[in-house]
Design a protein around this ligand. Structure first.
Ligand SMILES: Nc1ncnc2c1ncn2[C@@H]1O[C@H](COP(=O)(O)OP(=O)(O)O)[C@@H](O)[C@H]1O
Ligand SMILES: [Mg+2]
Length: 235
């Protein structure tokens, strides 16, 4: 079967800074794949390369079997790739409902009422200013907005960042639901312990290179590697 995503030896730069050094990744249909690594490892840069925001200078990216290396981020999103960037990027001065009216209407399973069904907390806060929501609710809103584009593939950059532990569990359950909806997910996390509870497979990035890949369960059981992933030695 054609993979949802394949990156082949991608090299990405910011100006003269060479950040990604030949990254190979694959996400298959129905999979939840974790992309792990310490702060500064190149996780966000990998996402930005896939989304065409910071295009790879060398190597190739394939989405749903099509070579998208040089496509605009707009065209990539329209092909069915949802992206929830770091820091969420919701419109704080707009209400919850107004935020959900921002994406263009697309055909498919996910319409605004479906987002409210998935996230009853958002339903309760329809008229609240998004900027007044808790961090967990803002993350739900960002995911909900991405779902309205009816993506076949969802890329989440550190959805747990800055959230209280109890809210993190809730957001992670949400990420798990995406997989059950049949959406392939690439989950970027610094918290390897959490991400590996959900993921089928995992990649570990270090200094812009993949230093490990394999089944999530095997990595979670690898004490040495888990300890190397800083601050996740517990559990
Ligand atoms: N806009 C930028 N300009 C220059 N260097 C950057 C920029 N964004 C990130 N970097 C550098 O690229 C490296 C990888 O960053 P990033 O992909 O954000 O890592 P991660 O998401 O894994 O924390 C870091 O060394 C970071 O300092
Ligand atoms: Mg990052």
């Amino acid at each position: 079967m054609t993979p949802v995503l394949r990156t082949e030896q991608i090299h990405t730069y910011y100006g003269k800074s060479h950040i990604l050094h030949g990254v190979n990744l694959e996400v298959r249909e129905g999979e939840l794949v974790a992309l792990l690594g310490r702060n500064g490892a190149g996780k966000t840069t990998t996402m930005r390369s896939i989304m065409g925001l910071t295009p790879a200078r060398e190597g190739d990216i394939f989405l749903f079997g099509q070579k998208t290396t040089k496509w605009s981020s707009y065209k990539i999103a329209n092909a069915g790739v949802g992206y929830v960037p770091e820091g969420r990027k919701i419109f704080g001065h707009l209400s919850v409902h107004e935020n959900l009216l921002v994406p263009p209407v697309t055909k498919g399973r996910w319409q605004i009422p479906d987002v409210y069904t998935l996230f009853p907390r958002l339903d309760e806060r329809r008229t609240s200013k998004a900027g007044k929501l808790s961090g967990g609710e803002q993350e739900m809103l960002a995911i909900g907005r991405a779902l309205l584009l009816n993506p076949r593939f969802l890329i989440l950059d550190e959805p747990s960042q800055g959230l209280a532990p109890v809210i993190v569990q809730e957001v992670m359950r949400t990420v798990g639901k995406m997989k059950h909806e049949g959406i392939a997910v690439l989950l970027v996390e610094q918290n390897a312990f959490l991400a590996l509870q959900l993921a089928d497979r995992a990649y570990v990035l270090s200094d812009g290179e993949v230093v490990h890949e394999g089944p999530a369960a095997a990595l979670a059981a690898d004490k040495e590697r888990m300890e190397a992933l800083a601050g996740v030695a517990h559990g």
